[in-house]
Design a protein around this ligand. Structure first.
Ligand code: GLY
Length: 420
């Protein structure tokens, strides 16, 4: 009897330690990733603390023949869209921005996520400092990117260190975003530059969370209604029958279509990788907020399309799904990170949730490998390597990007919450 009990106890211990080992293994890559991310972010925040600047990327140049090859066009046909090559003195250095850049919310947001997962008070102090820098954005009206800027910074502050002034900043910004909504067209205008009459880009789906939050904060359903209408109009016009999306749809004033095309993708009919990820994320958020089955259905179609169309071995897509596949073709780790974050959320809503969770986990494990995750102290303080900003402009090709880091950290946070 005594022996039997010992055997049972030993077996139980054995099982327990085996199970523990699996958990520890799983935790090891998450912990390793988090440790590197927190180190990189804290270091960068310290280095920039007196500058009122935010880190965006690393300056990189381009070779026009390489771009022509990727775009499968002659170099003459895209020469006038190219930005000037950065000077050799700055190549390899950190690319900083001011608060009016569309990416200004991501660095403070990354600090918030890193603080949330590590409970390191220094990261919280830095998150507050960099978030507060963005205070003047509440009166900025020249872009739709206000949601990215304010929801990723102040939106996370509201979750993790709420105070009364945050609400006013978010609501004032939401008012300015709503002022860009045209009821005739049923959309928020994205850009104020370019030749389009009323451009709306798929990225704009990402700004809707700020509006949902504004309704929650004020009880005023106007913001919510604008967000829902924008999502419905976009669902009608932005997607092709195979659920890939155009990047830019421009509307005439009566709501008819002026043009369908791209700005950052390979060509008008291609599937620009980050655009596909923005769409998936946006409709998943819309379902969370509205519980409208049409939005869930759309998110599921987009998730299935992405899982089918990304053909790389590690699920980190090329910069455009229609780019010529090959070793030299730049990847976009930012698209992968956005996709992983969205799929983890979708896995809680969709009937075949396991395949979305598994795919997101594969992305996250691969992004957390040596191939994509920086070594401490390298990569100019960014967390991930190998993203692409805008290849047709010769801009930010195969570099770190602050939004790749942000959505990677958000995905890790979602992963940790789902697996603890
Ligand atoms: N919203 C701009 C981009 O995704 O590059």
């Amino acid at each position: 009897m005594k022996i039997n009990r010992s055997i049972i106890v030993a077996l139980l211990l054995g099982l327990t330690s085996c199970q523990k080992k699996i958990e520890m293994n799983q935790e090891a890559w998450v912990k390793g990733a988090l440790n590197i991310a927190a180190y990189q972010l804290e270091l960068t925040a310290n280095e920039l603390s007196d500058s009122a600047k935010l880190p965006r990327s690393i300056w990189a140049g381009y070779d026009i023949n390489f771009l022509a090859n990727q775009l499968e066009q002659s170099s003459n046909s895209f020469q006038n869209t190219l930005l000037a090559n950065p000077s050799v003195e700055i190549i390899g250095k950190r690319h900083l921005t001011d608060i009016y850049d569309w990416t200004s919310g991501f660095f403070p947001g990354s600090l918030w996520y890193a603080y949330e997962m590590t409970e390191n008070e220094k990261l919280k102090e830095q998150a507050i400092q960099y978030t507060n820098l963005l205070n003047p954005i509440k009166s900025f009206k020249d872009t739709h990117d206000l949601g990215f800027m304010i929801n990723c910074s102040f939106g996370n502050a509201l979750r993790l260190a709420p105070n009364d002034s945050i609400k006013n900043i978010m609501v004032e910004t939401a008012d300015n975003l709503c002022a860009r909504f045209n009821p005739e067209i049923g959309c928020i205008r994205s850009w104020d530059f370019g030749h389009w009459n009323f451009p709306v880009i798929i990225d704009n789906m990402m700004n809707l969370d700020l509006l949902f939050n504004a309704t929650r904060l004020t009880g005023d359903s106007t913001y919510y209604k604008v967000a829902v209408k924008h999502a419905q109009t976009t669902m009608k016009h932005h997607f092709r029958p195979d659920y890939t999306s155009y990047h830019v749809i421009s509307y005439n004033n009566d709501g008819t279509i002026e043009s369908k095309g791209t700005y950052q993708g390979k060509n008008d009919d291609s599937a620009w990788s980050r655009g596909q990820a923005w769409g998936l994320y946006g409709y998943t958020s819309c379902y969370r907020e509205t519980k409208d089955a049409a939005f869930l259905q759309e998110a599921i179609h987009l998730a299935d399309m992405i899982m089918k169309r990304v053909t790389t071995d590690d699920c980190i897509p090329y910069w455009d799904y229609n780019a010529p596949a090959g070793e030299a073709t730049p990847r976009d780790a930012s698209a992968a990170a956005i996709t992983a974050s969205a799929l983890l959320e979708l896995s809680a809503y969709a009937p075949k949730e396991k395949k979305y969770f598994d795919y997101a986990e594969t992305i996250l494990k691969n992004l957390s490998s040596d191939k994509y995750l920086a070594v401490k102290g390298s990569n100019q303080g960014f967390v991930l390597m190998h993203s692409t900003g805008s290849l047709p402009h010769g801009s930010e090709i195969d570099v770190p990007l602050n939004y790749a880091d942000y959505y990677y950290l958000e995905a890790l946070q979602r992963y940790v919450n789902l697996t603890k």
